[in-house]
Design a binder for this molecule. Structure first.
Ligand code: SD4
Length: 308
């Protein structure tokens, strides 16, 4: 790695043993997503391909009920998806409130690579996806429909903290070329208002990458992540010399300070990776895990939390 890049970090960071390539992703399902990403990274592949392929596994899995196919619908029974992607060159692409497409992350990548824009939403995003050859599909599974009908009996919107230990998948990776990329994809909060968009497709909120410094991605209550421009904040804190964990902790602390009265009802979790390959995480509520894969293997780590 170039000395110029390393000199941006305090000595204690790069003096530690670091191992690259490396990939990190949110929640328990990050373990299987990391395997796919690792396949790309370990063969000298690009981080942008690693993160796209990694999260696609989860998007296509109907048993994962908070991302892509099989995701829980909004209050009106529509599965609406949010996703974004960012590479080492500050190329960005995003889709929000997209319906009927199994892989919103790949549509986001197509927005990044094939349009003069950075974000497409709703019907425009769908039309673009269809033009690009993506297939129109029904993403509402019988299980999610059943759960939605049950929910309609009370229609009480009360997001559950750490729902089944897997929520949005956010993935950040550093490849053998020293390049960082990230991807983030979700079906959003279950039974949200129709038209609601969370943090996950918003560059700077649910995901941010600066190839000179590091990358971060978020999970949890998107409204709270957007309020503090979460992932941009985490990367900027790393720029100021914080370790990835310190940066995540400071961002979570900002959420906590402003939301103390309802802090026990919300979750926010960040994972971060710096240019030197050092990583870390922090969350508001206990129970958030993330997966890390490097040359030493793939493992799940429980993030430290503000509320114990
Ligand atoms: C959202 N951040 O739509 C996503 C969902 C999530 O835990 O991660 N929930 O707000």
């Amino acid at each position: 790695m170039a000395a110029a890049v390393l000199s941006a970090f305090p000595k204690k960071i790069y003096a530690e043993e670091v191992s690259t390539p490396i990939v990190l992703s949110t929640w328990n399902f990050g373990l299987k997503a990391n395997e796919v990403a690792w396949d790309v990274l370990s063969k000298n592949g690009k981080s942008i391909d690693a993160v796209e392929n990694g999260v696609k596994l989860v998007e296509a899995d109907p048993s994962e009920r908070s991302v892509g196919y099989g995701g829980r619908p909004d209050r009106d029974g529509f599965v609406t998806l949010d996703a974004c992607i960012m590479d080492h060159d500050q190329n960005i692409g995003s889709v929000a409130y997209l319906q009927h497409i199994m892989h919103p992350i790949s549509v986001a990548r197509a927005v990044m690579e094939k349009t003069p824009h950075v974000m497409l939403v709703g019907d425009g995003a769908l039309q673009f996806a269809l033009k690009e050859g993506f297939k129109k599909e029904n993403l509402l599974t019988a299980e999610s429909e059943k759960e939605w009908k049950e929910w309609l009996k009370t229609s009480n919107y009360k997001p559950i903290v750490n729902i089944e230990n897997h929520d949005t998948i956010g993935m950040i990776a550093l490849d053998m070329h020293g390049n960082l990329s990230g991807a983030c994809t979700t079906s959003g909060m279950a039974f949200k208002m129709h038209g609601r968009v969370g943090d996950s497709p918003i560059i700077g909120a649910g995901l941010f990458v600066d190839n000179e410094i590091g990358a971060a991605t978020a999970t949890g209550h998107g409204e709270e992540v957007i309020r503090i421009a979460g992932c941009h904040l985490v990367v900027e804190l790393m720029r100021q010399g914080r370790t990835p964990e310190e940066a995540c902790r400071e961002a979570v602390e900002r959420v906590f300070k402003k939301q103390q009265k309802r802090a026990s009802e919300i979750q926010v979790g960040f994972i971060a990776l710096n240019k030197a390959g050092q990583y870390g995480s922090y969350c508001l509520q206990k129970g958030f895990s993330y997966a890390v894969h490097n040359n030493r293997g793939n493992r799940l780590i429980e993030a430290d939390s503000r509320i114990k």
